[in-house]
Unconditional design. Structure first.
Length: 365
């Protein structure tokens, strides 16, 4: 079943940008909203658009260092580089970042308050940001800021962060590495591929041991293998952990048309991942499911994948079977034998290592 779903959007999202020739283009977020509007998704009471506030500075400071926040503010006024080169600061970036983070925090708060069950913030998912530095087009870590707010204000103990972006969620891993916040990342991994972390043996430490799960996948992994890994690892891990809320970094740069990543997923694969996770949110945590964006550098594929995901989590696809047809890919890549063999080994490795470890350290049930 599906209850009410919110799409968080503000035109300030468009200020979160790095120039016209940069791969990250926030217009994809407005394109997604316009696609859903053109499909008449926001009719009735069960779907609405929400105009989010900017993040409260105390919430932001729970994750990010004061001097770093100040640096972002200063550099976005006068220009400069926030990391070694691919994350330049342009005028408006700071305001755009505050709004992007504010939307994720607001989605989390509204869901826990029972305003709606599911929400999507297409400007969120900035999973490479670290407490004191920007990385990989990510300035502030919206997901971590939302989790800290849930822990502090609502005493939420069990939050699961699922990350299906094509890149490893290294900021998320670093921030929660010694905590019992379940973080699961499925991503491309291999020599020279950004950010270089995310091996299966990075399992967390101290209180966090067993709560960090990485599924490193080779270039060319297709939908079938992606789904196989998802069903074999993510679903049992979530059932063991029994979260109070699921946060999902839904970067779609693993799409086969994406120019940066080299994975082979399609909109069908992304739709199934959305559907499985949405159903599990109803099974485990009264539907509390917050989806945020992330990578997505083929703008049209990103628009289509996110629109399909939104229709599925909001139950809108049931109105009309043909509704999603024109958004889906007309082509499906398949992995070769070598890639298939490699992925099956990774799945077995993570199943053997991480699932028993997680089940052994669960302290809640
Ligand atoms: Zn639902
Ligand atoms: Zn990415």
């Amino acid at each position: 079943m599906s209850g009410s779903t919110a799409f968080l959007y503000h035109d300030d999202f468009l200020k979160y940008q790095f120039g016209p020739n940069h791969p990250f283009q926030p217009i994809r977020e407005r394109m997604t909203l316009e696609t859903l509007r053109s499909m008449d998704i926001f009719r009735g009471d069960s779907n609405r658009t929400i105009v989010p506030e900017i993040v409260d500075m105390n919430d932001l400071r729970a994750v990010h260092l004061d001097h770093y926040i100040g640096l972002v503010k200063t550099l976005s006024q006068r220009g400069g580089l926030l990391d070694s080169g691919d994350t330049p600061a342009l005028p408006g970036l700071y305001e755009g970042a505050l709004r992007a983070v504010g939307a994720t925090v607001q989605g989390a708060r509204d869901i826990i308050d029972g305003e709606y069950e599911h929400a999507f913030n297409p400007a969120g998912g900035l999973h490479h940001a670290h407490p004191g530095r920007a990385s990989g087009f990510c300035v502030f870590h919206d997901i971590a800021v939302a989790v800290r707010m849930l822990q502090r204000e609502y005493n939420v103990g069990r939050v699961a962060i699922i990350d299906t972006d094509g890149h490893h969620g290294d900021g998320t891993q670093d921030i929660f590495y010694a905590e019992d916040v379940l973080t699961i990342s499925l991503h491309r991994y291999g020599r020279g591929f950004f950010p270089g972390t995310g091996e299966a043996d990075e399992i967390g430490e101290r209180e966090g041991r067993g709560f960090n799960i990485n599924v490193p996948l080779p270039q060319g992994t297709d939908d079938d293998l992606f789904l196989r890994a998802y069903r074999s690892i993510v679903l049992p891990a979530l059932r063991a952990y029994h979260p109070e809320m699921i946060l999902h970094q839904f970067g779609v740069d693993g799409h086969y048309l994406d120019p940066l990543v080299g994975l082979g997923y399609t909109t069908q694969g992304y739709g199934l991942v959305a559907s499985l996770t949405h159903d599990l949110a109803h099974e485990l945590c009264d539907g509390r499911y917050l989806v945020v964006g992330g990578g997505g550098y083929d703008l049209d594929a990103t628009r289509r994948a996110w629109s399909i995901m939104y229709c599925i989590i909001s139950g809108s696809h049931r109105w009309d079977d043909d509704l999603l047809e024109e958004l889906h890919d007309g082509f499906t890549p398949y992995s070769n034998q070598h890639v298939t063999g490699e992925v099956l080994e990774v799945i077995e490795d993570v199943e053997d290592r991480s699932l028993p470890l997680l089940e052994g350290v669960i302290r809640y049930v």
